[in-house]
Design a binder for this molecule. Sequence first.
Ligand code: A3P
Length: 302
Amino acid sequence: MTEKSALPKKTRELHSHHFDSTIWNDLIFRDDDIIISTYGKSGTTWVQQIIGQLLFDGRSDLEVAEMSPWLDLRVPPKEVKLPIVEEQSHRRFMKTHLPVDALRFSANAKYLYIGRDARDVVWSLYNHHSNANQTWYEALNDTPGLVGPPIEPPPDDIRQYWRDWFERDGYPFWPFWENVRSWWAIRDLPNVNFIHFNHLKHDMPGEIRKIANFLEIPIQESSWEKILEHCSFDWMKKNATKSVPLGGAFWDAGAQVFINKGVNNRWKDTLSQEESAEYEKRAEAELGAECARWLATGEEAD
Ligand code: A3P
């Protein structure tokens, strides 16, 4: 990067039942760091798995959730997490769910941002939240460092869950629109790359090659078939304890709950046309037409 002044600046901290953004202030960046960013439920784990597979030539025994921590999750606290990350000797690939302006941004690290239609995100989030067990609530609500209200169990009705999330911008998690908007604004930086869940679904091999190219990871062609197999939905579901946080300890039904269905449009049977249209109108107002189109489809203007 030549224009250092064009780098995004950190302007605020985010604290909640999930977040402690201050960890980024203390991280000593390495030039080859990889940061995987999403709002959440958008294919974060999938891309972590892809990067693990690329870095380690299709090995089947990688514990990706441990190798690739969610830095801004406030448990375990930064005093525990940072030394672990500092000790890593492999190329680091860390995850964040923060908007750009709550991050300290490196000119040399490479950033991957993954988008998914918010309706798919919320359907995935509902599965995540409604299956969470007591251990999850205790980790988020009963540990030191909680700022703001605790997270409550979701309503039984998924439509109500959607309405709460939509009307209160991300409730009870974190704001959605600012997350997408802040990343979209820096998409042209040379160390930022955009991916879309739909593209991963439609052409995973092509997308993996693009990711490898962006990250400058040479692909061992002899490992290619293994890489594809280990990034497939079926393999990841079967081996979910390796890629899902804490091996799935936050869900009584185990890690397979997290690698749930891997498909879009499940909201179509529930949301009315009016509700969907209301969402689409809001997306355009919040993001602008071009970004809203990208978020819904993965397509950018020609
Ligand atoms: P669903 O709940 O819709 O099934 P994140 O890792 O950002 O939390 O995203 C989780 C979503 O990614 C879940 O979506 C999960 O099933 C999906 N996912 C993870 N690995 C996948 C894969 N290999 N293929 C398709 N979807 C995958």
